[in-house]
Ligand binder design. Structure first.
Ligand code: BG6
Ligand code: MG
Length: 220
């Protein structure tokens, strides 16, 4: 009974969600827009372009195309400066252990992320070799909650969607996994991620007996 395990990146494998937040917060401030931590939840899981569109919407602002492109670059440069300092210490608790367990049981592992920076980050934290397939923002045209990224990931590891398990920290990502008919596991706050099949605070709370049962179940 082979399962496909699909991991989101930012906020699931590494704590980069905080860097996205800091970079967007500073960029928004530079154009006179402020947004809350609550609004930030809506930026999780969505593309760079959609994020800037949302921020502009919140601030009731429109921008010419060239200025828009300039701001996206500015945000990414800031983000990359945070990323450049990353190392293995920024792998979130329990991640290495669960990857070990899954590969030992011979289930394929894929990345399903909206980020165009995923390979840089996985190299920085030395996890790039743990993935049988990497599907990220460079491979998709439709942002989460569209299931495209997860369906492509499942396809890349040759596992049917209803035999896949998705780990996600964003509302949009949980919705995408549910639409794809995959088992959705939220990593984070159970109130925010209430649409998930299961929610855990972090990977240290996921025990082996839970995984064993999960491997036996499948979505209809
Ligand atoms: C997602 C993040 O993983 O990737 C979003 O949750 C981010 O916050 C998106 O906007 C795109 O990332 P990047 O690295 O291509 O700007
Ligand atoms: Mg995420």
């Amino acid at each position: 009974n082979t399962k496909g395990f699909i991991f989101d990146l930012d906020g699931v494998i590494v704590d980069t969600a905080k860097y996205h937040y800091l970079a967007w917060k500073a960029l928004a401030k530079s154009i006179g827009i402020d947004f809350t931590v609550h609004q930030n939840e809506q930026l999780k899981g969505i593309s760079r372009e959609s994020s800037l569109n949302k921020i502009l919407e919140w601030g009731n602002k429109t921008l010419p195309k060239d200025k828009f492109m300039e701001l996206m670059k500015e945000k990414n440069d800031q983000y990359l400066s945070y990323i450049s300092k990353m190392d293995e210490n920024e792998i979130l608790p329990g991640v290495t252990q669960i990857l070990d367990y899954i590969s030992k049981q011979k289930h394929p592992i894929a990345l399903g992320s909206a980020s165009k920076n995923s390979k840089i980050i996985l190299k920085k934290v030395n996890l790039i070799n743990r993935f049988n397939a990497i599907i990220d923002g460079n491979n998709v045209t439709k942002a989460k909650p569209d299931p495209e990224v997860f369906l492509k990931a499942a396809n890349a590891i040759s596992i049917p969607a209803n035999q896949c398990v998705v780990f996600e920290d964003s509302v949009a990502g949980i919705q995408a996994a549910n639409i794809a008919n995959m088992i959705s596991i939220g990593i984070g706050n159970a109130t925010i991620l209430n649409e998930a099949d299961f929610v855990f605070k972090d990977f240290t709370e996921i025990h082996q007996d839970f995984l064993e049962n999960l491997i036996k179940t499948k979505k209809e």
